[in-house]
Design a protein around this ligand. Structure first.
Ligand code: GCU
Length: 418
């Protein structure tokens, strides 16, 4: 048996041994990472055979043919499945909601706009929680105006109402110039984007009973709830045409935007920018980020029930095309970026293509989408269910926003030369 007398080991020898040990651990770790990366499929040829659950068939197997069957039977069935298995319940009840204008500056953006900062204060069982809404409206256009709301998960620099900090993530100047009010709130006002503290806002304050439920509200549902409360405010603002409202979310925010749009038909258009896994992308393709990877990385976004589908996408009784379909006949805009394979650009396109069945068959609208994806930087041009894939990386860019506004102009029949 090998025995080492530590006293016999010289200091340099010990150092060398230590170094070998560290190198050995690093080697093991890098192997682990390599294995994890290999596990992610980026090859169309390796997509398993899968079949998508039918959108237009009820849980009892009956065909869905009329608007009423869709609206009152199938659509609610689909939303219930997503609440039960994916995002968790979206709480509806509260005792009161109050809107407090904290500041109003009618000389914002060199006199071109009015900036409003509003606290939306929601109270339930004696506990209250404020959400801060930043809103910019052009001074040069007839009111009421259509509105865009961004669910912002990227901190204060991306929602600066003073416009000292300007980022393309929230290009307020462009939005108001195009005649759209620019609204934004920080999702962290309703639930932190953090596994340790996400329960500290609406969950512990307003809805503590949700925290331990297997289908309870988690962060994405909380963010969707926040967007609904902002809509409660927008309905009261005479400067806003709340019938022309566009909810925009990027990536994780895009997942929440789709879920908000499913639950709240007051949003006329829902934009999910590069929303990827458990947003617009089809889970059953297992391309890029999978159910297991996202559940492991971001367990606090989804309800505990969703873990049952780790590595079991085949067992899902739904897929994300069904979530998109709940937005019909309103407008939906799905985007991808060429380099963002993690979010599965084709999986998002196919999801929209399958969802478009509802616009076409139930509502009789023309949505010309085909199996072949539109080329890079060539947005589709129908006004109901749109898609683009932009060149470049994962982000929300000015290019994306401009396409959303073009789509909204088409959807709302706004002619900018009027
Ligand atoms: C991670 C996560 C994605 C998410 C993205 C984002 O990459 O895996 O699901 O969409 O973050 O929000 O930017």
């Amino acid at each position: 048996m090998l025995s080492i007398d530590h006293n016999q080991l010289s200091h340099p020898m010990l150092e060398r041994l230590k170094r070998y040990f560290v190198l050995f651990i690093l080697f093991l770790l890098s192997n682990q990472i390599a294995i994890a990366q290999e596990d992610v499929n980026y090859d169309e040829a390796n997509i398993p055979n899968y079949s998508l659950p039918a959108i237009l068939k009820t849980a009892d197997g009956l065909p869905v043919e009329s608007i009423n069957e869709w609206k009152y039977i199938r659509r609610p069935e689909i939303i219930d499945m997503f609440a039960e298995h994916v995002y968790g319940e979206l709480p509806r009840s509260f005792d009161s909601i109050e809107f407090r204008t904290i500041r109003e500056n009618s000389n914002a953006i060199d006199g071109n706009g009015t900036a409003k900062e509003i606290d939306i204060i929601v109270t339930r069982n004696g506990n209250s929680l404020p959400i801060r809404l930043n809103l910019l409206i052009s001074n040069k256009i007839q009111k009421p105006v259509p509105v865009t709301l961004l669910l912002n998960h990227r901190g204060p620099d991306n929602m600066d109402i003073t416009r000292q900090i300007k980022q393309d993530f929230w290009p307020a100047e462009t939005l108001i110039e195009r005649g759209y009010a620019a609204a934004v709130f920080d999702v962290e006002d309703v639930a932190d984007d953090d596994p340790e503290t996400y329960t500290e806002d609406i969950l512990s304050t307003l809805y503590p009973e949700q925290i331990d439920r297997p289908n309870g509200t988690q962060a994405l549902s909380a963010w969707a709830w926040g967007a609904m409360r902002v809509m409660d405010y927008l309905e009261t603002d005479d400067d806003i045409d709340q019938n022309k409202s566009i909810l925009v979310g990027h990536s994780r925010g895009g997942k929440a935007a789709l879920w908000a749009g499913a639950n709240d038909e007051r949003w006329a258009i829902v934009v999910a920018n590069e929303s990827g896994a458990v947003g617009a992308a089809l889970s059953k393709r297992r391309f890029g980020e999978t159910v297991k990877i996202i559940n492991n990385g971001f367990p606090y976004w989804f309800t505990p029930n969703f873990e049952k589908f780790n590595d079991k996408e085949d067992a899902l009784p739904f897929d994300q095309h069904m979530l998109i379909s709940t937005i019909a006949p309103r407008g939906v805009y799905i985007t991808a970026a060429e380099e963002d394979l993690w979010a599965d650009p084709r999986g998002m396109y196919l999801s929209l293509l399958h969802a478009s069945e509802v616009w076409k068959k139930i509502y009789g609208l023309s949505v010309p989408l085909y199996d072949r994806m539109p080329p890079i930087n060539n947005p589709t041009d129908n006004p109901y269910a749109a898609y683009h894939i932009r060149n470049g990386e994962h982000d929300l860019k000015l290019y994306d926003w401009i396409q959303f506004l073009n789509f909204a102009d088409r959807h709302f029949h706004i002619n900018r030369s009027d």
